[in-house]
Structure formats: structure tokens, C-alpha cells
Design a protein around this ligand. Structure first.
Ligand code: PEP
Ligand code: MG
Length: 307
């Protein structure tokens, strides 16, 4: 079986009826890149940058971050690397951030909310990311978005960072793609507005499931109520996909659901452009896509999961 999968290296992710999907990998540490390349991923769809902060006992400096991002960009040698900005809070706590104790951390002070409040932390990361963009194909992605205003503010801060780098004569890729995670129901529902402001969407189904169904993703006692195939969730993904495509941007899925082969047909039917999964899932998913053809059953498949 393993041998059969190995034979798929170098092959395209293309369905029987000719639909192509990009297969990217999710990583949580620069040391995971070996597995990304070994499994023939076309890029990194989600690089969780939290490890840089979790491994340190103080804020990682711009230089420390720059070195890691540059290494990843160079090692991926021109393949796209989507780096997500800091996503701590909720389940990921870091002492030196001195975050307040919260009654309801999953809905609290986390991710982009920290970055838009403590802009020095955000700008340090953005400067490191833009500097590294000169060494490969980096895209930047922002987590936990709920409002258009957040995206506009992020873009203003990005412009400030670019201007600073220009003034300092530091090179960076001026075309660096900016994307957002669709991982709150609010973002999915206003994805028509959001799509006009960014270059891509990536659906975070782990949080999107949690927030859509109000079921804590960490609580094992709620397993019976955790419905990753819930129609409400799949309708939100379809809505985001339609709004992305209407506005000429691409959409991927980087939550666990992307690797769920029971939904591969549905994702093809929605026209999902990219699936970002753990490195070990790349070749099995490539096999699945190459064995799937949906051309004449698109509506049927969608009706089946969306109701
Ligand atoms: C998600 O929420 O689906 C996601 C990919 O991000 P994380 O699992 O890091 O919250
Ligand atoms: Mg998430």
C-alpha cells in the first residue's frame, strides 16, 4: 500500500473529469518541512507560527522570526508558503503575554484581537514576514477574523510596515498575497465583503465547527455533539467558496476536515481550490482525488451534503 502511494509522487492532483486541486501541507514547526517535501506537497497551506512564541520565554525578536521564515521560504524553494500570524489565547496560553484570565477564552482575547490591540507585537511579526518574502514565495494569513474593519485595519498596518521597509531600503516582495482564515460564522456570512479585500480564503474547519455548533472543540465529553458534517457548517463553506470565486480569489481548507475523504467529492463539487492537510495525508488524498469523478453529479453531491 505504501509502495502504491509512493508511486503517486510527482503525479498531479486531478480528478477523473479533469478538475485540479492543490494539495498543501500544514505544519507547526520549521522542522516539519522534511515531511512536507517527502510527501510531495505543492506548498505549505498553514504554517502555525505559534511555536516561535511557545518555545521562547520572551517575545521572539524580529531577527529570530526572520531567520525561521527565511529558512522555510528558502527550503521550499519557490513553492508557496502560507504563514499564519500569531494565533494564541484560548487553548494556547503563553506566560509572558500576561493574558488576563477569562471566563470564556475561546470567545475571548485571542489571535488577531491580540495583534490589533498590541500592535508592536504584530508589527514585529509582519516586518519579519515581509523581510523573509524576498527569499521565496511567502503569503501571509490572518486568523479569527470576524469583521471587514479588522481586515481594513490589518491592511493599513501592512502598508505602514511596507513603507518602513521601503524607507530603510530593505527588500521584500511587494506582491505578497494576503489572506484570511474563514473560521468564524461571521466571516463566512460576510465573505462577499471580505473577498473584495484579500487575495485568498482558507477555511479553518476546526474553529468553524466549534463556533457554528457551539460545541467546544477541546471537550471530549461533547464528542456526541461534535458534528463536522453538519449541514450548517458545509453551507457556510459553500457560501465562502461561492463568494471567493465570484470575486476572483481562491479558497482553500486548512482545518482537519480538508483531509476527510467522505467529503472530497463535496469539496470538488464546491470548487475548493486547495486542501491543506497534515503531510501524511497528502498522498492518500491525491489517490482519492485521482479516483474521483463528479462532472455529471455535481448538483446531486451538493444537495446530499447541503440539504
Ligand atoms: C482551524 O481552526 O481549523 C485551524 C486550522 O486553526 P487551528 O486548528 O490552529 O485553530
Ligand atoms: Mg483556528
Amino acid at each position: 500500500k505504501q509502495e502504491l502511494l509512493q508511486k503517486l509522487k510527482g503525479e498531479e492532483n486531478i480528478s477523473l473529469d479533469g478538475q485540479k486541486v492543490k494539495l498543501y501541507a500544514n505544519i507547526g514547526n520549521a522542522s516539519d518541512i522534511g515531511a512536507v517535501l517527502q510527501n510531495d506537497a505543492a506548498g505549505i497551506g498553514l504554517f502555525r507560527s505559534e511555536f516561535l512564541y511557545l518555545e521562547n520565554d520572551d517575545f521572539p525578536t524580529e531577527e529570530e522570526q526572520f531567520k525561521v521564515y527565511k529558512y522555510v521560504a528558502e527550503t521550499m524553494a519557490g513553492k508557496q508558503v502560507i504563514i499564519r500570524t500569531l494565533d494564541i489565547g484560548a487553548d494556547k496560553q503563553i506566560d509572558y503575554f500576561n493574558l488576563p484570565k477569562e471566563e470564556n477564552p475561546a470567545m475571548g482575547y485571542r489571535a488577531i484581537r491580540i495583534c490589533l490591540t498590541q500592535k508592536d507585537i504584530f508589527k514585529t511579526q509582519l516586518r519579519a514576514l515581509f523581510r523573509a518574502s524576498a527569499f521565496g514565495n511567502i503569503a501571509i494569513m490572518f486568523p479569527m477574523i470576524i469583521a471587514l474593519e479588522e481586515v481594513l485595519e490589518i491592511k493599513e498596518i501592512v502598508e505602514e510596515v511596507k513603507k518602513e521597509l521601503d524607507d530603510e531600503g530593505i527588500p521584500y516582495n511587494k506582491e505578497t498575497q494576503l489572506g484570511i482564515m474563514i473560521e468564524t460564522p461571521a466571516a463566512a456570512v460576510i465573505s462577499d465583503d471580505l473577498a473584495k479585500e484579500v487575495d485568498f480564503f482558507s477555511v479553518g474547519t476546526n474553529d468553524l465547527t466549534q463556533y457554528t455548533t457551539a460545541v467546544d472543540r477541546q471537550n471530549a465529553n461533547l464528542e456526541k455533539f461534535y458534528h463536522p458534517h453538519h449541514k450548517a457548517l458545509l453551507r457556510l463553506i459553500k457560501m465562502a467558496a461561492d463568494n471567493a470565486h465570484k470575486n476572483g480569489i481562491w479558497i482553500g481548507i486548512c482545518g482537519e476536515l480538508g483531509a476527510d475523504m467522505e467529503l472530497t467529492e463535496a469539496f470538488l463539487a464546491m470548487g475548493i481550490d486547495e486542501l491543506s492537510v497534515s503531510p501524511a495525508c497528502i498522498l492518500p488524498l491525491r489517490k482519492k482525488i485521482r479516483e474521483t469523478g463528479i462532472a455529471d453529479r455535481r448538483e446531486e453531491i451538493l444537495a446530499d451534503v447541503l440539504g
